[in-house]
Design a protein. Structure first.
Lengths: 287, 421
């Protein structure tokens, strides 16, 4: 059968229709809505709000904090575990345990950690693990989730790290096991210390995988919502962009503002997506 | 597709409408927010009415979107005969729109004047209350309070004296829990509203709710400061401000019933009783725990104003059936069934106190019946971006130590936008 001019279109037709209906049309509509307020054109007022309102600025700052800290720690812990556990006898058991939190929903994990951080006054029974440990050691209980701006934000990010470290570990471990062992042995025979082997052989070879894990994490972290919504709802300077969007949209019915926030979030995520796609293409080209 | 479905639905509704007009003579429709247990209780409430009059009451259980549905149906010229109003604010909007019919035929001598006023506008009655929930209550543990050598305070100064005395004895006077998940902060808004009513008076309170005075008005700041004198004093609150911010509103009162007592006083609405009993099922109402009204502040000689919420009904169509139903809902007979089922407080003074499940609810009903000034929960009347947005977060910020002017300016900025000014 001859390949007709229209045949390719036929093949991708359904996909095109679905993508236009579920992705392209809503995106364009959202961008359109972001320039309106209560149904009337309002120029860039919504965008001015985003970059001048105090709560929004806190949200933008916190998203940056989340991207840097959460990504750095999940990837670093994942890498350390991947390399170290390779030498442990019960590797698969320990890896399973580290990976386990992935099976818990964000809301479930947040509720669990809310109990871990729970506060009760000094002198009474502490129901939170952290404060129970601190008071057992003779310290004073701490309101983990309200100590702004650093302790509470890091406490929230810790939940993310707890969930996602297993994911990074699995990806990095697979890549690590792909490194030919002869390379590492050769380095050791040439007199390299374990430290040097890690920094000068393993790390450069894992570079692309680390980049994949990091960009994936960044895309996910930028959209952070559930943990903040459940644990603090953005109070005490823990607001993030997606939670703000949810409130404006479903709580306050400010469709315009919510859409503008969505567009900003979209623009922030776009570069990460482009980096990911470009590297994917490069890898395909090598193959 | 969507349009076709919509038009099909419209045609169906139209046919149904013809059917109703064509067949039933004695019928009245009522749109309500209630569903589940509340809907069942409402059906029970209506049963004697339907039996006696032969009028068929069609209940439309619209759910929480009732405000939006009512607005569209009024616009479409097809409102239900009667509707449970979400709040008096919305009732007034419908009156100004000319959508509601006056209910001046009602004999409301058995309703406290405060509630008649809330349902009236420009000298006409437009709404009547079926039941209410009372918020201006302080819950306490009588055994503990009397053991500390203190009594029930009658004035705000006495309340503050009790607070200071307890603190001086090394005790913690107040249990305050502001945590409520995504709604954190609302218990604090009730505090502010109660204090505003007492210091600024009902007229200024109404202006504040309608944003006719800004949040930066001294009266609002004064209310926050009085609340702050309690909640921001580390020695006055169970767990200090950290405890107030992190302990859930439902867990909070449990600290009054530990041995020795973790706290002595707790300001909360009638519904908190179920939380108290959940945590300590053996407590006896009226003996182990009791209530008093949060006292007056500015004019101690007058009874304290009351803050609460209530079930308000209004009529869109003036038919004999609608009149009969409204009259029935205002009566003690209807309210006894409704309140007995749900543990709410009757408005009609003839409601038999015997229907209340426990002495505390009966006492609250008695307090309500003597209401001098009653005001609806202000945060429920404000636009969501303020009433369940910046007001909530503002409370959390203020209690966590944020500067008062910064908090009020933040709420004011959102209010200017939300009230569409």
């Amino acid at each position: 059968m001859r390949t007709g001019r229209f045949q390719p279109w036929l093949y991708i037709g359904l996909a095109l229709v679905l993508v236009s209906f579920f992705l392209i049309y809503p995106s364009i509509h959202t961008i359109f809505l972001s320039f309106t307020r209560s149904g009337e054109f309002s120029g860039i007022r919504n965008y001015i709000y985003i970059f001048t309102n105090n709560t929004m600025l806190t949200a933008l700052r916190n998203n940056l904090l989340w991207v840097v800290v959460a990504t750095a720690f999940t990837v670093a812990f994942g890498l350390i575990l991947a390399v170290l556990l390779d030498r442990v006898r019960y590797e698969s058991v320990i890896k399973s345990i580290v990976f386990l939190p992935m099976a818990i929903s964000f809301v479930g994990a947040s509720v669990i950690w809310k109990f871990v951080y729970a506060y009760r006054p000094a002198g009474t029974d502490q129901i939170g693990l952290f404060n129970a440990i601190i008071t057992a050691l003779g310290g004073k209980p701490i309101g983990w989730l309200i100590e702004r701006p650093w302790i509470n934000n890091f406490c929230l990010i810790m939940v993310w790290i707890w969930i996602w470290t297993g994911f990074c570990m699995v990806i990095l471990s697979a890549a690590y096991k792909n490194i030919p062992k002869e390379l590492l042995e050769a380095a050791r025979i040439d007199g390299a210390s374990e430290w040097q082997v890690f920094w000068k052989v393993i790390l450069p070879l894992l570079k692309t995988t680390i980049a994949v894990a990091a960009t994936t994490m960044m895309v996910f972290v930028l959209k952070i919502f559930d943990i903040v919504y459940v644990m603090t709802n953005g109070n005490f300077s823990t607001e993030v962009i997606a939670n703000r969007m949810y409130k404006e949209m479903f709580h306050f019915r400010n469709f315009g503002k919510a859409s503008a926030i969505a567009v900003v979030l979209f623009v922030l995520i776009l570069p990460m997506m482009l980096i990911n796609i470009r590297r994917f293409r490069e890898q395909e080209a090598i193959r | 597709m969507l349009r076709r479905m919509l038009s099909a639905a419209l045609v169906l509704l139209f046919l149904l409408g013809i059917g109703i007009v064509g067949t039933a003579q004695q019928e009245v429709t009522i749109a309500v927010v209630w569903s589940g247990a509340e809907l069942e209780a409402f059906e029970k409430t209506l049963a004697p009415f339907e039996e006696e009059t032969g009028i068929d009451v069609v209940i439309e259980s619209v759910g929480r979107d009732l405000p939006a549905v009512l607005v569209t149906r009024v616009e479409a010229g097809n409102p239900p005969d009667i509707a449970a109003m979400p709040n008096p604010g919305q009732m007034k909007e419908f009156v100004n729109q000319g959508a509601l019919v006056p209910l001046d035929f009602l004999d409301l001598t058995d309703h406290p004047q405060a509630f008649v006023d809330l349902g009236s506008l420009d000298g006409h009655v437009y709404g009547t209350f079926l039941a209410a929930d009372l918020k201006s209550l302080v819950w306490y543990n009588p055994n503990a309070l009397f053991a500390a050598g203190l009594g029930v305070p009658d004035t705000w100064n006495e309340l503050m004296y009790v607070t200071q005395q307890l603190a001086a004895q090394g005790q913690v006077p107040w249990a305050i829990g502001l945590e409520s998940g995504a709604a954190s902060g609302w218990p604090g808004t009730d505090w502010i509203e109660d204090i505003m009513l007492r210091t600024a008076g009902p007229e200024l309170y109404d202006k504040w709710v309608n944003h006719e005075i800004p949040w930066t008005h001294p009266a609002v700041g004064r209310a926050f400061e009085l609340f702050g004198q309690v909640v921001r004093n580390e020695g006055f609150v169970y767990g200090g401000s950290t405890g107030a911010l992190t302990i859930s509103f439902g867990d909070s009162p449990a600290s009054m019933f530990t041995e020795p007592p973790g706290s002595y006083l707790h300001r909360q609405a009638t519904f908190i009783q179920s939380f108290i009993l959940d945590a300590n099922p053996d407590l006896v109402a009226g003996e182990d725990y009791d209530i008093f009204v949060l006292p007056s502040i500015r004019s101690p000689e007058r009874p304290a104003p009351l803050l609460g919420a209530g079930d308000l009904v209004s009529a869109f169509n003036d038919t004999p059936e609608a009149r009969a139903l409204i009259e029935y809902l205002a009566s003690a007979a209807a309210q006894e069934i409704w309140c007995g089922e749900l543990g709410k407080l009757g408005i009609n003074v003839n409601v038999d106190p015997g229907i209340y499940p426990d002495p505390i609810t009966a006492k609250a009903a008695e307090i309500l019946a003597g209401a001098d000034v009653f005001r609806f929960d202000g945060s429920d009347l404000m636009p969501a971006a303020v009433g369940s947005g910046t007001f909530w977060t503002g409370i959390m910020d203020y209690v966590s130590g944020e500067d008062l002017d910064t908090v009020l300016e933040m709420i004011e900025a959102s209010a200017v936008e939300a009230y569409g000014e």
